[in-house]
Ligand binder design. Structure first.
Ligand code: NDP
Ligand code: GDR
Length: 372
């Protein structure tokens, strides 16, 4: 039997890395689209890299960009994929307020470019398409928990661009009978999460506080509530969505919501520190209440969390909590991780990362920087 071929846009991102790993383990030939960058940008998939000079290579990387139809058409024509996972995006909500037009081009029109490429190339009967849609579509709370039937009310240029991506996927499915589906994924995290998303920002900072490498963590809105899962579980759902008889859209979530404040508490608790918050609004601060690990350099009463209003968004999404019933029933999908297990894994990874950095520094070695 011929190997299945998949294209992943956004293969260098968090989800791209986990999905590439999953598909390779399932025996796929995986083609990833990566952007040209002035520095190497393949850290997350270097362990999967295969030398193109060898025979039987299963992972192939192509240069490309979602803003360039010509190159998307060429790659899709060359690969003739069974499945395309469109994960590439300008994925940071706050940054989308700074770069709204670029975000619309990549996240909105980029989705159209993929769908149209498949149509132009006459692959509508062969190629199945997964579109990385998001719980940000729900935006301003209309109902909870949010399901496939909850109306959308996007609250950022990112979410509005993704709304176009969602509906153009539905439209191509209906207009051209394409197998094209949206996964409406709620927030999912991991040790590979980008450093400026809230969970990773917190676990990195708490690890550095524990190792005496940082004094304080500056945060935005601590009241925001998110339904956080593990990226490893969520890429499994992406694959399942494309294996169904009929193309449909699915919500993927844990059904549990937690405040940013509680995520901070849970992260500190991994280093044996209990935190108490005092004050409100921009004056809220987090203090060390107790410490159970003697090696921890923090002191009771020390201020370790403060608010910096620069991290507030012009319009915020206050509450996300997903209803994964359809995915559980039709896909048989069930996450293996809960939030405590996710926080534990992320904290352990960041403590290890900075322990290595500190060890080098403490012994007179520089952390490698090729420019110095
Ligand atoms: P990341 O930000 O980690 O990865 C985004 C990927 O898209 C990177 O590989 C990035 O490349 C690539 N990319 C950015 N701009 C372009 C472009 N112009 N052309 C081609 N590729 C581009 O995101 P995640 O892995 O977390 O998310 C994957 C997808 O799922 C995204 O579409 C995101 O919006 C969506 N999503 C994510 C959720 C989450 O909680 N993680 C939840 C719901 C949806 P480079 O490495 O070069 O920057
Ligand atoms: P989100 O993720 O916007 O939900 O989008 P992010 O982790 O950036 O923010 C979550 C919540 O935390 C609040 N917050 C802060 N956020 C950041 N980044 N930095 C801070 O200092 C901070 N302080 C408080 C935010 O205001 C927000 O309410 C993610 C992305 O992966 C999207 O691509 C994806 O579509 C959605 O999740 C589902």
């Amino acid at each position: 039997m011929q190997k299945k071929k998949a294209i992943i846009t956004g293969i260098t991102g968090q989800d791209g890395a986990y999905l590439a790993d999953l598909l390779l383990k399932k025996g796929y030939e995986v083609h990833g689209i990566k952007r040209r960058s002035s520095l190497f940008n393949t850290d997350r998939i270097d362990h999967l890299y295969q030398d193109p000079h060898e025979n039987g290579v299963q992972l192939v990387l192509h240069y490309g960009d979602l803003t360039d139809s010509t190159n998307l058409i060429r790659i899709i024509q060359q690969v003739q994929p069974d499945e395309i996972y469109n994960l590439g995006a300008m994925s940071h909500v706050q940054v989308s307020f700074e770069s709204p037009e670029y975000t619309a081009d990549v996240d909105g029109v980029g989705t159209l470019r993929i769908l149209e490429a498949v149509r132009i190339l006459g692959l509508t009967d062969k190629t199945r398409i997964y579109q990385a849609s998001t719980s940000e579509l729900y935006g301003l709370v209309q109902e909870v928990p949010q399901s496939e039937n909850t109306p959308f009310y996007p609250r950022s240029p990112y979410a509005v661009a993704k709304m176009y991506g969602f509906w153009i996927t539905v439209n191509y499915r209906e207009a051209y009978n394409m197998y094209a589906c949206n996964g409406i994924l709620f927030n999912h995290e991991s040790p590979l999460r980008g450093e400026t998303f809230v969970t990773r920002k917190i676990t990195r900072a708490v690890a550095k506080l524990y190792l005496g490498m940082q004094d304080k963590l500056f945060m935005g809105n601590l009241d925001a509530k998110r339904d956080w899962g593990h990226a490893k579980d969520y890429v499994e759902a992406m694959w399942l969505i494309l294996q169904q008889e009929k193309p449909e859209d699915f919500v993927i979530a844990t059904g549990v919501t937690t405040t940013v404040r509680d995520f901070i508490r849970m992260s500190f608790s991994e280093i044996g520190v209990e935190i108490e918050f005092k004050g409100s609004g921009v004056d809220e601060k987090g203090y060390v209440k107790s410490i159970s690990k003697p090696e921890c350099p923090l002191q009771p009463g020390q201020e370790v969390v403060a608010i910096d209003p620069r991290y507030f968004r012009p319009t915020e999404v206050d509450l996300l909590i997903g209803d994964p019933t359809k995915a559980q029933t039709k896909l048989g999908w069930k996450p293996k991780y809960d939030l405590p297990a996710l926080v534990k894994e992320m904290m352990a990874a960041d403590v290890e990362l900075f322990r290595q950095e500190k060890l080098l520094k403490d012994n007179g070695y520089k952390v490698l920087n090729q420019f110095e």
